[in-house]
Design a protein around this ligand. Structure first.
Ligand SMILES: *[C@@H]1O[C@H](CO)[C@@H](O)[C@H](O)[C@H]1NC(C)=O
Length: 112
């Protein structure tokens, strides 16, 4: 089982490396990235700071070229339980992703 996992990781990495060598030289914004943000949505954060966190996600994500070719973004919010807000690669345009981040509703719940 362990051997299988290592092997499948190698198989998955090979195409990404090929893409990187071929056409990615300009830096972080056009590097191949899968970004997964995990956001605290418990009551101890508060509405105002939760909005600041969303602003931060928007600011950071705006620096990347959002597309299936370069950067894919996922967002998970958690408190008592995690909630998948944006699945990896759902949005293939920066404007669409930013709108989706802004529309994430504050979960609330216990601090974990
Ligand atoms: C987001 O970017 C704006 C413009 O650069 C900046 O004024 C603001 O402080 C940033 N906010 C966060 C939370 O990163």
């Amino acid at each position: 089982m362990l051997l299988w996992s290592v092997w499948s990781a190698v198989l998955l990495l090979t195409p990404l490396e090929a893409v990187e060598v071929d056409d990615v030289r300009a830096g972080c914004s056009t590097a191949v990235n899968d970004l997964v943000y995990i956001v605290d949505g418990s009551w101890s954060v508060g509405f105002s700071d939760f909005d600041t966190a969303k602003q931060w996600l928007v600011n950071i994500s705006s620096k990347f070229d959002i597309s299936s070719h370069y950067t894919q973004v996922a967002v998970i919010q958690y408190s008592d339980t995690p909630r998948l807000e944006i699945p990896l690669g759902k949005h293939q345009a920066g404007s669409e992703l930013i709108q989706a981040i802004w529309s994430i509703a504050y979960l609330g719940g216990n601090t974990q």
